[in-house]
Design a protein around this ligand. Sequence first.
Ligand code: MN
Length: 232
Amino acid sequence: MTQYAVEAPAIVGLPIAGSAELFPVRRVYCVGRNYAEHAKEMGFTGREDPFFFCKPADALVAIPAGQPGQIPYPSKTANLHYEMELVVALGRGGMNIEVERANDCVFGYALGLDMTRRDLQNDCKKQGRPWEIGKGFDASGPIGPIHPRAVTGTLSQGSITLSVNGVQKQSSDLAQMIWNIPESIAYLSGLFELKAGDLIFSGTPEGVGAVVKGDKMIGHIAGLGDFEVHVV
Ligand code: MN
């Protein structure tokens, strides 16, 4: 048996709806500015090539089905933003995957929040620095159970919403993505060899904003139900 010099990190496993098995997470990719109205509110326009950043797998926080989960308000920010997103879980990968075959790689889907220290991210943008401190901090990725595509079918349209303390803040449709799921998988697979266990946060619609301690967020995507995340 392999002996490690220090305690080996655990594999991050996410619950799968309707199964006792866990989904083992390898990498967490995120698509930036993938809804036109959100690109506009961030000061951009048009259909630029997609771009990607990553979160560490252990920044995910599994939110249980049917009951609220919690994330801590992170350090070093005064502007913590929610970004409600459809998360795609890959059951297999490859390089240079064709758009027409990309959905074959999808194991399932989940509700996710790409939590963002917007003040730190904006500083990074201004200074031309990487985004990790704004995007990849601990507990920055609350995520619901993985719903197998075998059950949900392929998701390409349907409502995506987020409310905070009962007030709707984000409301769009998955069909409004600039780069749809198979296009994002295909593009990403030209940059990285994708593998089973990879997740892709597919971008957020318009209406992003700040939350503070005590706020209660409820995210919804048609076909995946709801999840509830409290900031504590
Ligand atoms: Mn995002």
